[in-house]
Design a protein around this ligand. Structure first.
Ligand code: ASP
Length: 722
């Protein structure tokens, strides 16, 4: 059951809207409770079912019950009455990598359970169902007023949130989590049921699931089989339970019927899921921070690091396996931010924001209720630009210094010191050390010290070449000890520190005693770590604390007034915050830059000629090439090939990976996995002309499962509509 009651202050803006405006305004990640008010617009665009079938605040029959949070950051959906779950290959990648060994390398060979008993338990993986959403703005803001200083206000809110969560969790038996919406102007509690016995069922190999790799990521066209199947298990009462061999497949309240009759350009399609974070309502000054500071720094640092990793991975299969998941996650942002910068520039979003701010300022000047409103934007500009240098330093430190794995790992040594300094008894100390040891095992399983040393050599110059204002002076002195030579410096640090050596670190944690503190304090990796932390403590942290407090208040006020003035007469949706959202639009093609073709779909015929046995993510398995060569497509043949990917105008974000693509009747036709390059600016600005989300066609998923993976038994438990 799902229930959302929203405060009426957000409803009034709708009154000004006419239907054509709503249609023009494709884009938006709507909270389920907003859908009723969108029904006319959705129907006009093609929706054939009542919105109550998508979401309802009573009963269990609506589709929201089939949409889940997969792991900690993706979306998944139920596709059978026996707990079968569909999500992206890249969402399950870390899990499957952890299950893989050099001899059973599921990333390269794929995995297809031939029966339920073959399914592999995935320790640590969770699947979360959202059972209820309730507006709790009044409770969270009770006892809070605008005259309070920000710290007191936050303390009061934190305490209220704790009480709300405790109360809801006690009554419901579910995990209760309060989330802030509209920059702290509204709050909702989300009740979640979390399943912990999740097993791997189907996983295509890299040459299909990661096909096109980095080259294609965030691009159109693509031909990626970016899917994976897992199964949720429950105890005999159909309730969550820790892994037990005799747990049984979970019976979900709803699962998606699957429509395999296809689609056309212009058809209605919606994406239901858990987008992670967007910043649609920030000022031009904040956008400037992103465009001029954060993204360029991250891009530079990651370019250098990925180049080092990439050359080692190309020639060393052991490193390729160890670094596969890390590489994907670092390069994912690297490429996306470049696309976003491009999109923001091509659309001149700065100018659009400034024009909007001029209108806002006009309304603020006329605001009789709030005499300070006209000062808000100038104040924001001063606060934001005044912080720019601190932001620069923070970004550099995170991306370059903590981008070196061993330097980042120095935090473990810090924890050991903290444990010895704490006045807890020896038993508790040993427990804490044991916990650290567990994390160490995971870390070293995928770590290569020689490679990391090269990353050190590549990243540190990027930071140390910056101005005095953002680099600790004594760090430069360290470098000078090695005559300014980064290679000498790296060699000395890596050969004298314990961190690069798994054995020394394990020994330290298993047999350490208080006398080790001196050894830690003189560890050269720790010395750098401490130096930077101390510098941050003096030059960044106090300013950051102050900035955060100030900007939170200003953001909240700005959002409140944006909602009140509504100078563009539009319907607002809250920024993404990993809560359930629906976005709707139509299937629409695109003419990629440099191409003379406009198209909305790709096929297997386009993937096969790109096969390259020498590059992992272009290495299409022989079996798939054979199926293609003999046109052995079975019932999945469409015009003599198999459709693979397609695009639509839907406002998605990170976290929407694995989200169901649903047709006008509420049936599954695909699986969201990506966006097109310059459309990734949609986290800050959505433009229906440029923004497209990319999906895997469900027919490709089923074709691969049946014909390639020879796991046709899975189709028997699905409800397939022709
Ligand atoms: N690829 C993204 C994800 O991993 C989806 C997106 O940002 O469009 O969630």
């Amino acid at each position: 059951m799902l229930l959302i009651k929203q405060k009426s202050i957000f409803l009034f803006s709708l009154l000004f809207l006419t239907l054509p405006q709503l249609l023009l305004a494709q884009g938006g990640m709507w909270e389920p409770a907003q859908l009723k008010r969108q029904e006319t617009a959705m129907k006009k665009l093609g929706l054939e079912i009542p919105v109550e079938a998508i979401y309802s605040d009573s009963g269990n029959s609506s589709l929201n019950n089939a949409v889940v949070i997969f792991g900690s950051g993706c979306t998944g959906e139920m596709i059978s009455p026996r707990g079968l779950l569909l999500t992206n290959n890249h969402c399950g990648y870390g899990t499957v990598q952890a299950l893989s060994t050099p001899t059973a390398n599921y990333l390269q060979q794929g995995f297809w359970a031939k029966s339920q008993k073959d399914e592999i338990p995935c320790p640590g993986l969770t699947v979360t169902f959202v059972r209820q959403i309730v507006d709790v703005t009044d409770q969270v803001l009770s006892g809070v007023n605008d005259n309070m200083d920000e710290t007191t206000r936050e303390q009061k809110i934190t305490q209220n949130i704790r009480n709300v969560e405790k109360g809801y969790s006690r009554i419901s038996g579910w995990k209760a989590e309060v989330k802030s919406f509209y920059s702290g102007n509204a709050y909702r509690v989300i009740l979640k049921e979390i399943f912990r016995d999740v097993r791997l069922v189907a996983f295509p190999p890299d040459g299909i699931g990661q096909f096109g790799g980095d080259t294609d990521n965030w691009m159109w066209p693509q031909q990626k089989g970016d899917f994976a199947m897992f199964r949720v298990y429950a105890n005999a009462d159909n309730k969550p339970a820790e892994y037990q061999p005799d747990n049984v497949p979970y019976k979900p309240e709803r699962y998606f019927p699957i429509n395999i009759s296809g689609y056309q350009e212009g058809d209605y399609v919606m994406i239901y899921g858990f987008p992670y974070v967007t910043e649609e309502y920030i000022t031009s000054f904040q956008l400037n921070q992103i465009q001029d500071i954060a993204y360029p720094i991250r891009i530079d640092a990651r370019r250098a690091k990925l180049a080092v990793w990439e050359s080692a991975m190309r020639t060393n299969p052991d490193i390729a396996l160890k670094y596969a998941a890390k590489y994907s996650s670092v390069s994912n942002g690297y490429k996306k931010w470049q696309g976003a910068l491009r999109g923001l520039e091509l659309n001149n979003v700065q100018a659009i924001k400034q024009a909007y701010e001029a209108k806002f300022q006009e309304a603020a000047t006329l605001d009789r209720e709030n005499k300070e409103a006209s000062m808000l934007l100038p104040m924001m500009e001063a606060v934001v630009t005044g912080y720019n240098n601190k932001l620069r330093a923070t970004e550099y430190i995170r991306e370059t210094l903590w981008g070196v794995e061993a330097l980042d790992q120095a935090k473990v040594l810090q924890k050991v010191l903290d444990i010895y300094r704490s006045d807890v008894d020896d038993v508790r100390k040993t427990d804490s050390l044991k916990r650290l040891q567990k994390d160490l095992v995971k870390f070293y399983k995928n770590y290569d010290a020689a490679l990391d040393q090269k990353v050190f050599e590549a990243l540190l110059p990027i930071y140390l070449n910056q101005t005095q204002e953002i680099v600790p002076y004594n760090l430069k002195t360290q470098l000078e000890k090695y005559a300014g030579n980064y290679n000498y410096w790296a060699a000395a640090v890596y050969s004298n520190s314990m961190i690069p050596d798994a054995r020394q670190m394990t020994l330290l944690l298993s047999h350490s005693n208080a006398s080790d503190t001196n050894r830690i304090k003189s560890d050269p990796m720790y010395v750098i770590y401490r130096m930077v932390k101390d510098w941050e403590g003096e030059h960044i942290t106090p300013y950051k604390k102050d900035y955060d407090l100030r900007i939170r208040r200003l953001d909240r006020e700005f959002m409140k007034l944006q909602l009140r003035y509504n100078v563009d007469h539009k319907m607002f949706f809250p920024d993404a915050n990993q809560t359930l959202r629906l976005t709707y639009g139509t299937i629409q093609g695109l003419q990629p830059e440099g191409s003379d073709r406009y198209f909305y779909q790709t096929t297997l015929d386009e993937a096969i000629p790109r096969h390259d046995a020498g590059i992992n993510e272009f290495n299409i398995p022989q079996r798939l090439r054979e199926l293609h060569a003999t046109r052995n497509f079975g019932q999945w043949s469409v015009n003599g090939t198999v459709p693979v990917n397609f695009i639509s105008v839907n406002h998605t974000s990170g976290g929407n990976s694995g989200s169901p693509a649903i047709n006008a009747k509420g049936e599954l036709i695909g699986l969201n996995f990506d966006r097109v390059w310059d459309g990734t600016m949609s986290d800050h600005y959505f433009d229906p002309k440029r923004c497209r989300n990319v999906m895997v066609d469900i027919r490709y998923v089923l074709f691969l499962t049946e014909k390639f993976g020879e796991a046709g038994w899975l189709l028997d438990e699905m409800q397939i509509i022709k």
